[in-house]
Every structure is written in structure tokens, then in C-alpha cells.
Ligand binder design. Sequence first.
Ligand SMILES: Nc1ncnc2c1ncn2[C@@H]1O[C@H](COP(=O)(O)OP(=O)(O)O)[C@@H](O)[C@H]1O
Ligand SMILES: [Mg+2]
Length: 280
Amino acid sequence: MTPDITVLYDTIRWEEKALLEAGKKKNINIQMLDCKKLSLELDNSIDDYGTVIQRCVSYYRNVHSTAALEGMGVNIINCLQTGILAGNKLYTHMLLKKVGVPTPYATVAFSKESALDALDKQGYPKVIKPTVGSWGRMISKLNDRDAAEGIIENRETMYPIYQIHYLEEFVKRPPRDIRAIMVGDKIVAAIYRNSENWKTNMALGGRAEKCEVTNEMEEICIKAKNAVQGQIVGVDLMESDERGLVVHEVNNTTEYKNTVRVCEVDIPSLMIDYALNSNK
Ligand SMILES: Nc1ncnc2c1ncn2[C@@H]1O[C@H](COP(=O)(O)OP(=O)(O)O)[C@@H](O)[C@H]1O
Ligand SMILES: [Mg+2]
């Protein structure tokens, strides 16, 4: 029997277990599929997965398996475009700007010299981010030229993606940011991530607190989600002292464990309902 929903994963986290439980509770046919065990004959078509919820942690596994499945006719959430666009902070930046969503001012430079020149001109502090990455990894605050030189020099020895020097203004804000979980055109729940660390990611010790959703926040998040053609996404926002809400990231395969815990919203159940209706 063809499943209604397939959860495609490479690591089983709380989120994936919760999706399976939510599916079972609804009495639908839900299957878990380990992407690491998967091989696909790309020239065939597939009709035995139902709607796929893409949950792979590895960026490359995620976008490539999405490309393959989508190309073989599978309805997959999020789609390939979202994987590509939201998966890259520079692409996202340009799209957010285009639709008028405030986002931190940023510069891209294509060599160590041009990055340092730009920093000399613009001044410090700045934030340097890999265009592709998550959990705050390899994101550094550049307080002065010495720090910038050291960090950028290191990057020049790494895989080419790290030689795209994406620099953001350091946004002055309260010691927290906001993670808003969107299922379709609705923020189903949002949290503040409080932290002593300037990077507020939960993976780096951020503490979750319920955040009341405002109309302004929801309007911005809908625009941000649509800018990357997303369906189920986690929008990261900061409360800039100067500019109000700014979106710094749209997460394609968002984590939501702590949001469920502090907001007591059954996000996995809402995700399953959305996925079931997405193919109609
Ligand atoms: N421009 C910035 N100014 C100040 N803090 C930032 C800025 N960009 C990111 N941060 C902090 O760093 C965290 C990680 O950045 P983010 O762009 O979301 O990358 P990741 O994909 O690794 O989560 C954010 O949640 C926020 O707390
Ligand atoms: Mg983030």
C-alpha cells in the first residue's frame, strides 16, 4: 500500500519521532525512510512514497534527494527551489530584499583582499557567515582587522564555498532572537531564543521562551517564506534597535522541539495535516 506520508531522514531526532507519532495518532499510513539506505534510478518515475516530508540534516543529501524525488514526480515538502534558496544565506538575502523584507545589511567579497578592503571601508564589528550552514557553525564576529585577517585567511584554505566571504552588519538587539515556525501561511508558534552567547542557536545553549506572535511578525514571515517558495519553514528574526524586526534566515528543515515544549502547540500534527492536504 502506498503510504500517505514518507518522512525522509538521515538522523532521527525528536522532530522525526514526533512526526511518526503524529501520523500514527491520525491513523494514516506513514513511513520513515532512511536516506542513507536509498538509491534511486533517476530515469524512472515513483508513486510509492505519498507526500515526502524532507528532514535530512545534511545539506547536500537534503537538496540532492529532493532534486531526485521531485524530478521523479514526487510531492516533496519543501520543494527543491526552497532547499536551494533558503539553504544559502546570500540567495535568501537577495530575495528578502526584493520583496521588501528587512534583513541585515550585507556584503559579499570573493577573495581575502577584497573582503579586508570592504571591512576597512565599512568598519567593525561585522559578522562573517558561510553562505551554506546551520547551528551557528563557522559564524564569527569580526571585532577588528586582526580577527578578520585570521579568520578569512583560514577560510582561504577550505572548501571553495568558504571562500565566498559573506559579511553582515552586527545587528544591535536584545540578547535574543526569534524563531517562528510557519506551516503554510501561518506562524503556528514562535519562541525567543535567549542567550549570553551572541549566537542564540539552541545548539549553542540558547534558552527557549514563548513569543507572542504579532500581525507585523506574521506579515514579515509570510513574505519571507514566499520569497524562498517555502511551505513549512522556520523563520529567524532579530529585533534590531534601529530597524525593528529583521529576518536573518529562513530554515528549510526547521527544528521545533523546544517550540513545541514551551508553546504547547502540536507542530508535528499540523505539519502532517498540511502535508496531507498539499497534494490535492
Ligand atoms: N548580523 C547579525 N548580528 C547579530 N547577531 C547575529 C547576526 N546574524 C546572526 N546572528 C546570531 O547568530 C545566530 C546564527 O545565525 P544564522 O544566520 O541564523 O545562522 P545558522 O544557520 O547557523 O543558524 C542567530 O540566531 C543570531 O543569534
Ligand atoms: Mg539560524
